[in-house]
Design a protein around this ligand. Structure first.
Ligand code: ZN
Length: 304
């Protein structure tokens, strides 16, 4: 098997993970979590979301979180960014000093309406406004439901390609294919990843996979065979989608790092520290995480 020697892990737990928790998570806990993840070696992170507090109350402290952590991490060379649903969110992110944002559009019209309350065309119009008003900000396009939709079922490759083409014409900097509800299989991941990277050779391509059906690691491996090296995961496997019924969390960051360590692919991330962070999440938030590594008995892992 031949892979990239190095994989870029994008930690999305503080955004995708925490946004799905109904009970309020104190701002201090969020800031500590982000700090601990960086200390474990995470260098790229989607750490919050500038959404309307009524839509996702858990993210109402996005400005405080960003302003608290931004200086020290940018100084350390870490890349931190936030999800924004519209121009208003993008402007706040920019005012907070972020150089990069994630903007989500669903390949499926119905999911886009449920998720953002806009048609795909309206979402692209908003993207154009962001690009015009903030010409220097780096935009990561999240293509939600790229592998399947809770409302539409199958999503065709053409739907995905056409959406990316339209966004690329407006001006984006990175593409992320998202398996929002965890329905993708390795063959589908391999084929779509190859197709998109061939079609858009100048745009870095990443994957954001949910592990609803236990396919996460197999799908990342298939993506690696297709030459992809940017993977979004969530500490402990936290997450879901508030507007995609039944979706589980992302693949756990520690599970992917553990697999990559095993096959000799470098991440520069300390898996033991990640497991410690997940255990703190379980204890503090009194919840059971889906991560495999966090549930491994220390006596049979070599984890100290
Ligand atoms: Zn997600």
């Amino acid at each position: 098997m031949k892979f990239h020697k190095q994989i870029e892990i994008v930690e999305v737990g503080p955004r995708d993970g925490l946004q799905n928790l109904k009970d309020w998570i104190p701002t201090e806990f969020k800031i500590k979590l982000i700090n601990d993840l960086i200390a474990a070696g995470i260098n790229t992170m989607e750490m919050t979301s500038f959404v309307h507090p009524k839509a996702i109350p858990q993210m109402k402290d996005a400005e405080t979180v960003t302003k608290t952590v931004i200086g020290q991490f940018i100084d350390k060379g870490a890349r931190i960014f936030a999800l924004v649903p519209n121009l208003r969110g993008a402007k706040i992110a920019d005012e907070c000093g972020l150089k990069e944002i994630t903007y989500v559009v669903s390949a499926s019209e119905k999911h886009n309406l449920a998720n953002i309350n806009r048609t795909v065309e309206q979402s692209l119009d908003e993207l154009a406004k962001i690009r015009t008003e903030l010409p220097n900000i780096q935009i990561r396009l999240d293509v939600a439901t790229a592998f399947g939709c809770p409302f539409l079922g199958d999503v065709s490759e053409d739907l995905v390609i056409n959406l990316i083409k339209a966004a690329a014409d407006i001006g984006i900097n990175t593409i992320t294919l998202c398996d929002t509800i965890g329905v993708a299989n390795p063959k589908q991941v391999y084929e779509l990843s190859q197709k998109v990277s061939k079609e858009f050779p100048n745009l870095p391509l990443g994957l954001h996979l949910h592990d609803t059906r236990g396919m996460g690691l197999a799908n990342y491996l298939a993506a690696m065979e297709a030459g992809i090296s940017i993977f979004e995961t969530s500490i402990g496997g936290l997450g879901g989608c508030p507007f995609a019924p039944g979706a589980a969390g992302n693949t756990a960051t520690e599970d992917l790092v553990n697999m990559l360590n095993g096959i000799g692919v470098e991440t520069n991330i300390d898996v033991n520290k990640l497991v410690d962070i997940s255990r703190v999440i379980e204890d503090t938030l009194e919840m059971k995480l889906t991560s495999h590594m966090v549930n491994v008995n220390t006596s049979c892992t070599g984890i100290q």
